[in-house]
Design a protein around this ligand. Structure first.
Ligand code: SF4
Length: 361
């Protein structure tokens, strides 16, 4: 922790900056009614301020207090959220109002710890409600604030990982512990939010006008773009298969794919775990597979794995190769109307269609 910049004036610098550059005219600012603050905090999750403002006004006009919201039906509430997205927020809001009526006498509890027990309210939202409504000294840690903290303190690791998130909360708590008693929690909380959304922005942060620039680790090391670190990518599994493009007398052998598989309900080529298995299966039917039958392999990428395909172009009369129950010999001129997966369609283009027409003709 030796490289951590000074914490003692962190909160006061944010407050001073907010006084001059932060937002002061938002419709939910200036009051201490937890209902209105709660509504704005929930609407602002995943949603831009400009989008939220008209929804906020309309919602409050129809549901001006906890009681009105609690007594409405969910069907009455949802139209006032339609278009804002993330509809679980509206359902939780409605449920929370009912819990406030039934268990808290229609009022918000007086501490962030109790507020965080209510439906749909996490630790950061509870702290913001308590800070704006009661001036409680509790830290917040929403997406914007995480960005400020990871950059300013040079915290590596994806902030969605529990240990990284715990470190960020610990730093936020320390920043508050070291702040003087006269700290204005409304200015500090709003200032952190504003700094994250306006200055320490996701793309290119505006370090030139940032009040934290002189001690910022990310700025010192040129890591503004690298922090916060993105969600680690899981390696995509690699799978192999061999595909048999068995054709003869103007027909090709296709196989119906099981409903539960990635190509469920489509016709594909007979598939084997390896080229060796393919060759052995052909031999068992009396079909010889020469080395020259091997085609160029390719990779097909699914969302959750990569399939390395080794195709084999083999000729045999349908009278020799008796199809299995899930297989069918399909005439070349029916292939256009047959539902096959994209990579199989590409392989079917390799069929000697001209020869079939000659034979058929
Ligand atoms: S100096 Fe730049 S990177 Fe550091 S907190 Fe400020 S805006 Fe963010």
């Amino acid at each position: 922790m030796s490289s951590i910049p000074k914490l003692h004036d962190f909160a006061m610098r944010i407050c001073a900056w907010h006084g001059e550059h932060g937002r002061h005219e938002l419709p939910w600012q200036g009051g201490t009614d937890p209902y209105r603050i709660w509504l704005s905090e929930i609407m602002l999750q995943q949603t831009q301020v400009a989008t939220v403002i008209p929804y906020y006004h309309r919602f409050l006009e129809r549901f001006p207090d906890i009681e009105t919201l609690a007594h409405a039906t969910q069907e009455e509430v949802m139209p006032y959220w339609a278009g804002l997205g993330y509809y679980a927020r509206a359902r939780n809001l409605h449920r929370c109002a009912q819990v406030l009526m039934s268990e808290h006498g229609g009022r918000f509890p007086l501490s962030s710890e109790e507020i965080a027990q209510l439906p749909g309210i996490g630790r950061s939202t509870a702290a913001a409600i308590a800070a704006f409504s009661y001036g409680e000294r509790s830290p917040i840690m929403d997406g914007n604030v995480k960005r400020v903290f990871t950059r300013f303190f040079g915290v590596h690791g994806y902030p969605g990982i529990r240990s990284v998130e715990q470190r960020l909360w610990a730093l936020a708590e320390q920043a508050l512990e070291q702040a003087p008693p006269e700290l204005d929690m409304t200015a500090y909380t709003q200032g952190l939010m504003d700094l994250g959304s306006q200055t320490c922005r996701r793309g290119t942060p505006r370090c030139d006008v940032c009040p934290l620039a002189s001690d910022c680790e990310a700025k010192r090391l040129g890591l503004q773009q690298a922090l916060p670190e993105p969600r680690p990518r899981r390696p995509i599994p690699e799978r192999q298969c061999a595909m048999l493009l068995l054709h003869g007398d103007g027909h090709v052998l296709l196989e119906m794919q099981p409903q539960t598989g990635v190509w469920g309900g489509l016709w594909s080529l007979p598939r084997f775990d390896s080229s060796q298995e393919l060759v052995e299966a052909c031999l068992a039917k009396g079909i010889v597979v020469p080395d020259a039958a091997r085609m160029a392999g390719f990779v097909h990428v699914f969302t959750h794995f990569r399939l390395h395909i080794e195709p084999w172009l083999v000729e045999a009369s349908p009278t020799i190769a008796e199809p299995l129950a899930e297989q069918r010999w399909v005439a070349f001129d029916e292939l256009d109307q047959t539902a096959v997966p994209a990579p199989v369609r590409t392989l079917l283009d390799a069929l000697p269609l001209g020869q079939a027409e000659l034979r058929g003709g």
